[in-house]
Design a protein around this ligand. Sequence first.
Ligand SMILES: *Cc1c(COP(=O)(O)O)cnc(C)c1O
Length: 399
Amino acid sequence: MSYTASDQWVEINAEAIIQNLQEVKYILKEQVRLIAVVKANAYGHGAAGTASILESQGVDFFAVTYLPEALKLRKAGIRSDILLLSPLINNTQVMEAVNHDITLTLSSKNDANLINQTALEIRRSVKAHLKIETGLGRFGMGVGEALEICHTLSENPLINLEGIYTHMAEAVSARFSQEQFELFSATIEQLAVSGYSFSLQHCANSAVAILYPHMQMNAVRSGTLLAGQYPAGVQGDMKLRDPFKFKCRVISLKTLKRGSTLGYYRTYRLKSDTRIAVIPAGYIDGLALEVGNQPAGLVDLLKIILKTILAYIGVNRFSKTVLIEGKNYPVRGKVFMQMAMVEISPGEIIAVGDEVEVPVRKTLVPESVPRFYRYKEQVISENELNSDKAALSAGREYA
Ligand SMILES: *Cc1c(COP(=O)(O)O)cnc(C)c1O
């Protein structure tokens, strides 16, 4: 690990991301364009770093939720198309987006009027995708509103309606997915009858792209698979790899007497003299998060209760553990906001400064924690990655 002032960092295996990309490409039908979703800091993997890796491998279209995320990608030198997945609400935002060549989402007449006026004001062309509501209930419009918008905007040569899309509420229910898909397809047809067509038509996220290949249309928006995970409820034989490791260093080590209690509310009592290591990873980093999660059904609830009881009575296998030098050690006491305590078994040679790998919720690791990318023996920081894109392309394996 190269020097970092921080005692906590995230290590991303760039080769794993590249492999995931190949696997995604493999399930896409011919002529289907990939829109790589790198929202929420690329699901924790670092938006700029991840997009740089993907762009070096030929990906030419990205999507994020909010304008600041898109601007961050531009600042990092990403030149590909970037689609904003949420609408903008004022003139200043639209100008900023247009000046950075961001592709906008039109989800209502309001959005359309705003973009229409701004384009005329600054005399710049604007690329946008229409968002159709088919069952998620978040944002988007029906066919009537879409027709009106197309009609209004067709009079403004600065507006390029490049795409049309919708978003699926779930994928596991084939019936509901099919209903959404049919409503979307019918909308596209009705617009076509009135003379409005769109070169990009998309509705599939990762799950839909896998389960219903006919819904890939001519573009797929995928994020979860690139991050190395199957969407919930979906299985398959893709060779996905998790690129993500949260690491930190032991920052304190001491021996506490038998009978001492650990942490707030004194939830853990030592049964013998014990060495305790403090690590700089806490619940803001997504450590021990299950506490705040709503169980997904009764069976899940019972499992959580059982695991909690087993962890409480000290069954190691059910405690949260961290990895030091390839060995598991249990987290003891309540996890702090930015720290946690780890029990070191007797006889283990562990020192302040040793590297610790911590299981965390990837999407919750703050952006302020630096991301480093491992690629063919090199370790590259997120900032360096963009200038090193040439190095990544040189090792390019997919075309
Ligand atoms: C997050 C998101 C996606 C990507 O979904 P995955 O399941 O991660 O592939 C696609 N489209 C929209 C609108 C999204 O918000």
